[in-house]
Design a protein around this ligand. Sequence first.
Ligand SMILES: [Zn+2]
Length: 461
Amino acid sequence: MKHFYTVFFSFLLSVSFTIGAMAQGILQQGGGPAPSISQKAPCISPEERVAEWDRLQIQRQRLIAEGKLSSPQGRTSQNIQFRIPLKQSINSPYTGYYGITNYVDHDGSSGLEDYICEEVTYDGHRGTDYATWPFPWEMMDNNDVEVVAAAKGVIIEKRDGNFDQSCDWNNKPWNAVYVEHADGSVAWYGHLKKNTLTAKAIGDTVYPGDFLGYIGSSGISTGPHLHFELFDTDGSMLDPYIGTCNPTSSISRWENQDPHKTPSVIHHQTGNRAPDYGNFCYGQEASNEANVFDPGDVIYLSIYMRDYVTSTSSTLKLISPDGFIYDSWSNTPSQFYPLSYWWWSYQTNNSFPQGMWRFDLEYDGKTYSYPFQLGMATSNDLKDELEINIGPNPVRDFVNIEGLENLRLSYEMLDIQGRLLQEGLLENNRIDMTSFAEGLYLLRIRNLENGQSLVTKVVRK
Ligand SMILES: [Zn+2]
């Protein structure tokens, strides 16, 4: 019966907000496209591409002579198929991590035409750009995204040691790995992070999914991304996507070709300020993520989307500790954005119930929850007072806590709805998580001497 009332009341609340006092606490809103993709500069200059290709020919001849690479006569006539050349590392905390910001441009004039005759490209682009999101520079610093081999092949060249923090047009060289496949096609993996390239040598074989380097922003680059460029057996440009406007291939070269657009959630969060990208150069990005607030604080709620299309919308909900929809609003993009972010500042006050709240994002039939703590002003006292390190995060089997010497402490592990799953005294400075499923949890640690506590998120992978 209780369940029935909860559902019924939630329904009434959401309806009343839709009609009248919708999004009652919103002060300001903002956002827009990922700054990295507002600029359109070639990933490699035409002159440099020709020079690079000439250098690769010399390298190929040498490798063929050494028996490390098939001669043209020894190549397979079967077309090689590719896999996505990126992989999210296990420590990356985000729901998604990249979007495709530019496909190959097939329009020979100044117009734009990608493989399905749309304009997700820039003039003269000859590869596919995979840009990381939501915080590309932080993700680059943290090695969140690996560039991996899209197919089996032989490394025919590597470039490394070049500056990797480009954020606008320059003529600096990039860091890259070049791989030739059994059919003679060649893949270029460009803009890699300095000094992170695979230890495999030129002439070595890589297999699909093998690590090649980390995402970076070396060369002519407006922000961290991978430029993936393919050359067919005869050295001509190859766009691996099948589509009516792609004359370079009559079949898809992907094992499983992804749709042209993948509308999906990359991340959402609460913060103490709006996310700030500065002018999108290294060191200027600030996520401003925070998840402990006091009543009366302004909370910044933000979402980070891939392929946000105008036929879709997001529903944002603030769920109070007792499970009610406290407020709700929706967001629809006014145009298509390959990568974008949107934020709202929200005024809380003393009448807000204190406890564990949720910021829910509903999109494409799925609900994503982000927990935050409102009130219990002591909730972060412990963090202020002590240097405590909680790790690793994500967790595999045990949470280790350092810096708690001589304190009597208890812990509570909660789910993201704030329900208590496990509690106990903290012994041996560790918490066993082997019985927990993969997912997001909240860990509260309490000092039994004075009642001070802290709350932190823990991810089990
Ligand atoms: Zn590119």
